[in-house]
Design a protein around this ligand. Sequence first.
Ligand code: CTP
Length: 405
Amino acid sequence: MSESKQLAGKHVLLGLSGGIACYKSAELVRLLVKAGATVQVVMSEAAQAFITPITLQALSGRSVYTDQWDAREANNMAHINLSREADAMLVAPASADFIAKLAQGRADDLLSLTALARPTERCPLLVAPAMNREMWLHPATQRNVLQIQADGASVLGPGNGEQACGETGDGRMLEAEELRDALIAFFQPKLLAGKTVLITAGPTFEPIDPVRGITNLSSGKMGFAIARAAAEAGAAVTLVAGPVHLPTPAGVRRIDVQTAQQMHDTVLPLASSHQIFVATAAVADWRPAQTNAHKIKKDGKKISPVFELTENPDILAAVAALPKGPFCVGFAAESQDLARHAREKLDRKKVPLIVGNLGPATFGRDDNALLLVDAQGERELPHNDKLSLARDLVREIAERLTEKR
Ligand code: CTP
């Protein structure tokens, strides 16, 4: 599946209740459709005060439902028909009033009626709250949110920041991209539910002086994709990242480091409290034996400086050697002879699984091809985008953990 069609085949019932965040829902419809979903919009009366059904009809390509007495439905039961077709119902924005209605099971308009008439097993409910921070923090709203969660709804956000009213705090609706990604994540199988995963990603940077250093071409994309895939699969994920310019995947705890030694010192104390360790980082093998406190100057001399290097600790080998350590997955970034080098690393680092890839062919790119090497043999994960490969790898890891038990 191409990365852009993550919601192919999914039918989403998108409900809008009243709030200024309705303007973001227009973009959300566009993104969901672009991701391959079909989107049926239902609007409350208050929502129509903020955005017109025509806008959402144009973006979804389907006429919008607003009225429980809609005569277009042959059986005059729009609330039943709409939810029977849907793979999920997402209410974005969900106002404080709408959440209160959900909590009480009220059904006095088409949107609340549809939410109540949903077959809960087949059509799960996701809710993206949007309101002023005082309304969000009010005990009544907090009580209602707990109640709808207890009734099975997934609450997405809210975000924090500047609000339309001029105040700052919790209550902003998540951005359209975040809601699209949350929906994509929601549909992924929960293969790592309840598991803890520790991941290293990106290059390391070994300073020579305050302005120069030794690093490599790793972009961190594969490691970040694995962090996202593991979080989507229900794991609690800690990502220890070298210097990269990538956004943190939703729900992932990220710790930024610079050098191999810092990565080592961050990972080792965390390793025993995680069940899975995936070392995707391209850790610099060596660092300058001394770091100059000040910039090394040419000063008119024609002699180039000579640097002595010293070896960095091997993080993966150290974690694999822990007595009650996690299930370890190593990466082998090679420039040739992938299978041989990967197997050699499997033996040398004493880990159950090594994932081989050709470094120069993949560094910085959005796609890759992987070769899984373990005691049983080899398995190719053919050329694909990094997120799809990451999801395949998560499946492989989950299977191996089940076998181990
Ligand atoms: N690794 C690590 N710490 C290091 C070096 C490597 O944790 N100091 C991990 C990498 O994250 C990867 C695996 O070990 O999962 C293999 O890394 P790679 O650089 O391919 O192998 P090296 O052990 O450095 O061997 P070589 O450079 O000789 O190929």
